[in-house]
Design a protein around this ligand. Structure first.
Ligand SMILES: Cc1ncc(COP(=O)(O)O)c(C=O)c1O
Length: 393
């Protein structure tokens, strides 16, 4: 993988040491060009609503984007790929679209991003569902025995973060899926940190629903994906009702469109949707295995150099933490570290990274997370190491 060549495609990459890709990735020029192309060449509404020449051009681009996501995930058809605003909206669509009722049980891990925690807490408050978490062991790995113990016929859905934004660990998704399906429950993965960083094949895993954000994988902002098995999306109620999501209406009756249209009511973020394919193409051209290997290599350097000086959140072994290096420094608070690093042009994420529940359970103010991606270099990691060492000093 030629990182120097890759960096030429990313406008601001040389101005900063950007280690916050787990939040939002930088965008390569082909993605920026595609957004501009929308505004310059076909700045209109998609052809579902209008069928003139300009809207037909846009429709073609969005169709290509959907097909590229289908191919990336090895899904059966594009009706299994609904565009959302982000991972959060995709998870909420499932949480609120399933007809969960009092006594139904939902399980997640104990390290969920708020977007896979709050919807279930609200379902508990509003609909009386049971909501429990599966514990992780001291090494941050999912406790499968705890999962097996908590599974029963009341469990309707198990929704888990695939790769954690807190500590970078990845759950054994196929194994979990098999356990969940033994009880005829659904299995959903929050793929916000897996799909941009490793190959994810929905059929190989057997997962029922998968949520992720295209803006974390070099894509434009404001685009996420809800993958769902065809027969499940056919049954699932959308989060939003309105224009484009219905086939016909009368004053007292509305017939919804099929998937994916029924999930995409109202005018959409067309400029970004028109740039989905270039983002997926870019990632695939480099290769997800190579990206994964590169991030692990960078994480190994940070880990080897700093393991004695900082407390790493999650397993000590860098191979188990993908591109996430989240750490605590006893001497300084996390917000102070973020500001000090920022003065050195190193952009980190400080705080609770939307996993407030885990930090508050462990009585911690927050950590400092460096997250690496394909455009980061060994030199950048060495500079980061040097600055941390000087802070520990
Ligand atoms: C694991 C995980 N899940 C969900 C999300 C939410 O993503 P979005 O804000 O794009 O909805 C994030 C964002 O950082 C994440 O890391």
């Amino acid at each position: 993988m030629d990182v120097e060549k890759i960096r030429k495609d990313f406008p601001v990459v040389d101005d900063y040491i950007y280690f916050d890709s787990a939040c939002l990735s930088l965008k390569p020029q082909p993605v920026i060009d595609a957004v501009q192309r929308y505004y310059n060449e076909f700045p209109v509404c998609e052809g579902k609503r209008s069928a003139h020449t300009l809207s037909t051009k846009l429709t073609r681009e969005i169709k290509k984007g959907r097909e590229s996501v289908r191919d990336l995930l090895k899904a059966s058809g594009t009706e299994e790929i609904a565009f959302t605003k982000n991972t959060t909206e995709a998870i909420n669509t499932v949480a609120r679209g399933l007809t969960l009722k009092k006594g139904d049980k939902v399980l997640t891990t104990d390290k969920e991003h708020n977007s896979n925690l709050v919807p279930w807490i609200k379902m508990k408050e509003k609909r009386g569902i049971e909501y429990e978490q599966i514990s992780s062991d001291n090494d941050g790995q999912l406790n499968l025995e705890d999962l097996k113990e908590k599974m029963d016929d009341d469990v309707k859905i198990v929704s888990m973060v695939h790769t954690s934004n807190l500590d970078g660990t990845t759950i054994p998704a196929s194994e979990v899926c098999d356990i969940v399906h033994e009880y005829d429950a659904y299995f959903m993965l929050d793929g916000a940190q897996s799909v941009p960083h490793r190959p994810v094949d929905v059929k190989e895993i057997g997962v029922d629903f998968l949520a992720f954000s295209v803006h974390k994988m070099l894509g434009p902002t404001g685009v996420g994906v809800l993958y769902g098995r065809k027969e499940l999306l056919e049954e699932l109620d959308p989060l939003t009702y309105g224009g484009g999501g219905v086939r016909s209406t009368r004053y007292d009756e509305a017939t919804l469109q099929d998937s994916p249209e029924k999930f995409e009511a109202g005018l959409q973020n067309f400029a970004s949707l028109a740039a989905v394919k270039p983002a997926v193409d870019y990632i695939r051209k480099i290769g997800l295995e190579k990206i994964q290997e590169h991030e692990t290599k960078l994480n190994r350097i940070a880990t080897e150099e700093l393991r004695e000086m900082v407390e790493i959140i999650g397993p000590e072994d860098a191979e188990k933490r993908s591109g996430i290096f989240n750490f605590l420094l006893k001497k300084l608070g996390c917000h102070e570290i973020t500001l000090l690093m920022d003065e050195e042009n190193i952009l980190l994420r400080g705080g609770q990274q939307c996993v407030h529940s885990w930090y508050s359970f462990h009585g911690l103010e927050g950590g400092n997370r460096a997250s690496f991606y394909l455009y980061n270099t060994e030199e950048e990691v060495k500079k980061f190491v040097e600055v941390i060492k000087s802070l520990v000093g």
